[in-house]
Design a protein around this ligand. Structure first.
Ligand SMILES: [Zn+2]
Length: 307
């Protein structure tokens, strides 16, 4: 981490704990818990730049919070139109981001805001995303560093992001292996995540260190949320590339078969959701295929166990 700050000519410094709690509580008016946690990590100097979407109606409130905390911010020159409500949440990031239009457009959309203790770094991140496509563009490495991502994960992301439609989970996971729950990003659709990036592998130690540090920070900010995060992140995940993500908190395992009574789903229209509801179990056949109630599904999918 020190090396990263050296590269960015940026030094963190400690902040008052009470101010952080207040900022966290107020930030929850305009953003989710995971984002509010990233905001405080930025305030503490643990993260160079924090980037998030903000509705135009909430932007003034967030600006006032940043000003009060001594944080600089820059807005994207474009806004992203809201994606349709019916859009399957398992769809790729690019789709969920919505179409880019000019910030002056009258259509309702969300702005991207870059927040940092250094106005220069926020401006640099904004410029890299605006002109060069940010994390999918030619300066993706520098952009990832600005957002505080580990080098190994930036390398992994640039290699796989396009091939896996900006959701490169499958190449990072081996079915049946257990992984540290700090690296579980499957619950991002439910606003539960400790790391802001795609880890290069389920057991990436750099990502786990960031996740552990963020959980400790969340405990100080709000114990209830921290307990909820930890409980939810320790889960069995059935991830499919195009048919939703399924989270199973309580299950029984018999060799390669998992039995369960309930599960959370990122998609309400997936055929896999129907099969899981009807059968209450699935069997893993190999790295990329499972069987549910006699139906062999061999589309791209992985089973992840987080502990
Ligand atoms: Zn990594």
């Amino acid at each position: 981490m020190f090396l990263l700050y050296k590269k960015l000519k940026y030094k963190p410094f400690p902040m008052n704990c009470v101010n952080q709690k207040t900022l966290f509580r107020k930030a929850l008016h305009v953003m989710g818990v995971s984002d509010a946690l990233q905001l405080i990590a930025t305030l503490k100097g643990l993260k160079p730049v924090f980037r998030t979407f903000i509705g135009e109606e909430d932007s003034k409130e967030l600006e006032s919070l940043c000003c009060g905390a001594g944080l600089d911010f820059v807005y994207s020159k474009f806004k992203c139109l809201d994606y349709p409500r019916t859009q399957d949440k398992s769809s790729a990031y690019s789709v969920r981001m919505g179409k880019r239009v000019s910030r002056k457009s009258k259509k309702h959309g969300r702005l991207i805001i870059y927040i940092s203790k250094s106005g220069d770094l926020a401006t640099e991140a904004c410029a890299l995303e605006g002109a060069c496509g940010g994390e999918t563009g030619k300066h993706a490495v520098q952009f990832g560093r600005l957002l505080g991502y580990p080098e190994c994960c930036i390398k992994f992301w640039t290699k796989y992001c396009h091939k896996y439609n900006l959701e490169p989970i499958i190449p990072s996971i081996k079915s049946f292996k257990s992984y540290p729950f700090y690296n579980n990003i499957s619950l991002k659709y439910f606003d539960i995540r400790l790391i802001p990036h795609f880890p290069c592998s389920g057991d990436c130690s750099f990502s786990a260190t960031i996740g552990k540090r963020n959980l400790m920070l969340l405990r100080k900010l709000n114990v209830r949320h921290a307990l909820r995060f930890e409980k939810m992140l320790k889960t069995l995940v059935l991830f499919t590339q195009n048919n939703g993500i399924f989270l199973i908190n309580k299950y029984k395992r018999h060799k390669s078969t998992f039995e369960f009574k309930e599960f959370l789903s990122s998609s309400s229209s997936s055929p896999i959701e129907e099969l899981l509801s009807e059968n209450g179990q699935f069997t893993v056949h190999n790295e990329r295929s499972i069987e549910i109630g006699g139906n062999l599904l061999n589309r791209d999918m992985v089973t992840m166990i987080y502990r």
